[in-house]
Design a protein around this ligand. Sequence first.
Ligand code: TYM
Length: 321
Amino acid sequence: MIRILSGIQPSGVLHIGNYFGMMRPALQLQDEGEAFYFIANYHALTSLRDPALLRENVRRVALDFLACGLDPKRTALFLQTDVPQVTELTWILSTVTPVSRLELAHSYKDKVARGMAANAGLFTYPVLMAADILIYDSDVVPVGKDQKQHIEITRDIATRINEIYGDVFKLPEGRTQATTEVVPGLDGQKMSKSYGNTIDIFGEEKELRKRVMSIVTDSAPVDAPKDPDKSTIVQLYSLFASKHELAEMRERFEKGGTGYGDFKKQLFEKLWEYFAPMRKRREEIQRDKSYIDDVLAQGAKRANAIADQVMARVRKAVGLT
Ligand code: TYM
């Protein structure tokens, strides 16, 4: 049976980029193997310095993931910090990781370019991520496109360890979905918590509607034909609509006579309806006070059992035991 692993940072509220890029594929993979999904709270410390907010976000990510269909009977959901061995593995991996490799990481360079202080945690972020993946002998890692390079770094680090110490790690495979590799945000850039261009999965109705209505468009008048291939509205609609519905919207774009405002309303209705069953499930979960804690405790237990075994193997291989 294959082992599937992925993580999500509790650095903010989950948005539809997270959903289509990672959560939905990860949820589908629950049927194909043994899945381990965790909330990357160590990673979030590189950008979030508000303890109360971090705690709140962690619970919210757990709640939202469960509401979207994570099945804790099959899948382990846990906190990264409940498996602290991962920080020990990070140290061991960092001793074989070339600084030059980390200097080339897009994610690091982007963050620094946008004015984030280059702290050492931000710099070694991919090594912690490699430890997250390797400590569970993971086979498949479902992620959005922005994380692909981190998986390549993971494979390089694992290969390096294997070259030096023999067969210690399995080489994991990153998996992205071609159709949802990069979900655009309101401004057409990649949807991201840190760009403020998100549509949140469980946003409040009025606020979500307002955000969808604020999607950036050109200034084509109502009558003019519009190019569906250049429209963020069409790109987002394609995530929710059937083939037929999408073809219909594209046709109305090309024909002219409909304003962007009407297309945005149509997109909002569709996405609101899409998440309706999950909003309902979310309310049910919220009524059961201990549910989330129980799920996380169970998940941590399963994750620790594997991490302990792998760490024993690693310590022995490198000469620490
Ligand atoms: P994070 O929290 O930034 O994002 C979680 C997942 O959502 C995907 N994603 C997107 N996909 C498509 N379009 C978008 N606009 C979009 N925005 C976000 C991300 O690609 C990601 O899959 N470093 C990871 C967390 C992590 C991890 C790991 C993942 C830590 N350790 C080990 C896998 C394995 C991160 O910051 O994801």
